[in-house]
Design a protein around this ligand. Structure first.
Ligand SMILES: C[S@@+](CC[C@H](N)C(=O)[O-])C[C@H]1O[C@@H](n2cnc3c(N)ncnc32)[C@H](O)[C@@H]1O
Length: 295
């Protein structure tokens, strides 16, 4: 299954475990099957999605505008990045802050691309007023323009059949039908209004997941499992909703790095509402008997 180098950087990207997750999808799909990803962020799972047609949503409007720009006009995105990169070489760091001020006024997705590739650790971050507030990564020049251009074209080719929606997850998933596939990667903190993080309403997600089960939609969900000794949401999914659960080691947590605490090894909890063919790649399920395997 396909993964690509990230084109947009995003906290909580599933790229480190994308290959393992791709291997879990059942092979039973029809030409009409659609893949849904209602919490798209940097879209790490999208290039290797199990079916061609796909719907991807997120509540952050400029992020969705950027995805549409990447697919529809990758050279415009690359040209804009190149012009800012050249200016930065010629005039220094102030150009980053000019772009940031302009983005916070007009929310141009091409400026978001620049901010994403030049800010500290690539962390897209908004303050309470919805303004992008991360600073320039002084010690790194940002991805080289020609590397970004070929990456943009690779992503544009891979995402030709994807509809991107600025949308709450519940609306994105409303059309999902029997035999469709959904990847759920909800935030620990939700993002509402002007991208302000508030506690995510997991009860609402459980209701939506129950509807997916009733409709016969396949889904995989990842939740921050255990970071070091801390427990985040690892046992939060009601038992009645899923068929299998695994824990995958994902390496170090960007969250704990951000909080300047000791770096933990993070275990991502993965839930499924079906028995996966690629289960052996991950080891035994954590707390369920091993189901019959078709591999
Ligand atoms: C953990 S990130 C997804 C990361 C993504 N899987 C990746 O590989 O980059 C969660 C995403 O959910 C979005 N989000 C938060 N609340 C949402 C909601 N109610 N509906 C849709 N998206 C939401 C956030 O903006 C964020 O991009």
């Amino acid at each position: 299954m396909k993964t690509l180098m990230p084109v947009i950087k995003w906290p909580g990207s599933k790229r480190p475990i994308a290959t393992q997750l791709h291997a879990l999808w059942p092979s039973s799909r029809t030409p009409e099957s659609t893949y849904f990803e209602p919490f798209i962020g940097s879209g790490a799972m999208l290039p290797g999605r199990p079916c061609v047609r796909a719907v991807a949503g997120d509540v952050i409007g400029p992020l969705i505008d950027l995805w549409n720009a990447i697919v529809d006009r990758p050279d415009d995105v690359a040209d804009h990045y190149t012009s800012i990169w050249d200016k930065r070489q010629a005039t220094g760091h102030t150009v980053f802050y000019d772009v940031r001020d302009r983005f916070n006024e007009h929310y141009d997705p091409l400026d978001l691309m620049v901010l994403s590739r030049m800010c500290v650790n690539g962390l897209i971050r908004f303050n309470k007023s919805g303004e992008f507030n991360n600073s320039l990564h002084h010690t790194r020049p940002g991805i080289k323009p020609e590397t970004l251009r070929s990456l943009l074209h690779a992503w544009a080719r891979a995402l030709g059949n994807v509809d991107f929606l600025e949308s709450d997850f519940e609306d994105t998933l409303a059309p999902a039908k029997k035999g469709d596939f959904v990847f759920l990667d909800p935030p620990y903190l939700g993002t509402r209004g002007r991208y302000k993080p508030i506690a995510f309403d997991f009860d609402r997600l459980w209701r939506v997941v129950e509807e997916l089960n009733e409709k016969g939609v396949f889904w995989i969900m990842t939740l921050d499992g255990k970071a070091g000794s801390r427990e985040y949401n690892s046992n939060a999914v009601p038992e009645s909703l899923f068929a299998n659960k695994f824990l995958i080691n994902t390496g170090n947590s960007p969250f704990t790095r951000l909080m300047n605490t000791s770096i933990d090894s993070v275990r991502e909890a993965v839930y499924l509402n079906f028995d996966p063919p690629g289960q052996r790649m991950l080891g035994l399920p954590e707390n369920r008997p091993q189901p019959e395997q078709s591999v």
